[in-house]
Design a protein around this ligand. Sequence first.
Ligand code: SF4
Ligand code: SF4
Length: 385
Amino acid sequence: MTMRYRTLGKTGLKVSEIGFGGEWLERHPEEESVELMKYASEKGINIIDCWMPDPKSRDIIGKAMKGNRENWFVQGHFGANWHEGQYVRSREMKYVRPSFEDLLTRLQTDYIDLGLIHYVDTVEDWNALQGSDYMKYVMEMKENGTIRHIGMSSHDPKTAATAVRSGLIEMLLFSVNPAFDMLPSGQDLDELLGDGFHYDDRLAGINTERAQLYMLCEEYDVGITVMKGFAGGRLFDKNRSPFGVELTPVQCIHYALSRLGVDSVLCGFDTKEQVDEAVHYEEASESEKDYASVLGNAPLHSYRGECTYCGHCKPCVANLDIAMINKFYDLATIQPEVPESVRSHYLSLERKASECVGCRQCEARCPFGVPIADRMTKAAELFGE
Ligand code: SF4
Ligand code: SF4
């Protein structure tokens, strides 16, 4: 098995498709967790997220990286602080500075590859940060080389899009999985995953703001690393998944890595077996990765009629890139006017929707029942070719 690496947007860092989310490290004896990180490194994993402010997690990462710091890219967060034995999210410098200095000390390093503006989920919060002492500190750390690149973590597509457009961030840590992708901006994620959640029509296909965000990241060359790719493990359990079917880790990873802009899925590992299961993605067959057929036939909610850009409809007799055309069509039709960027992306396609001959052979292969030929006609009308 050989790990594949992707360039994380404009940071230029070559990150492993499978990454390490560190939040479960502190649940195990220190030696065990150090061993687990070393094992992951041997498997080709080279990126770890350390949002955790607790001393134990940070010490573990420091010990595991000792002597091979250059083999890891670390995501460290500004404003995930440890105060009186607890995690406190705060932008107050009296917490932020000592917590960041503690990160460097415990990780036994003098630099952090990816310095993240931690957890910005509203546009108001993002706006309030501009010009603040907190942001000045982030900039200072970038200028003096303590952090190599600036990133941000967020769960909200509107906020993340605002940050991407600002040109200030080079990468984004974002929650991506098929359940979250159906949520509108501002929706409480805990509610979706909570026991009291009942399926209703709020879940109606991929949320366009999320689809737009992924496209925007691609356009601005802002690489995405993924958190919550398994929705906290709920997608593995048909009784707790909003779809009523279970997905495998490989299918969830494939879903996330198939979104535009996504470069690495950071999985929270407890055991070596879980590392193996995730890394197996690198050699999995197409049928093992096939999340589309599973979701297309889900009993509780299906994506019926909605294109998920999975590409199952290939080949097209006219050689159209159906998934791409559908994507541009969706992005164009959610706005009052077709955005220039979307139009130019469409126009750069080698073959246009107007070349569809209406044979409908592709429709039989679409697991989501998308009326493809009709959509090609509409796309041709919309884009004029
Ligand atoms: S209906 Fe159009 S898009 Fe589908 S296979 Fe035929 S030519 Fe291609
Ligand atoms: S039309 Fe259907 S098969 Fe083709 S990319 Fe969209 S969802 Fe997948």
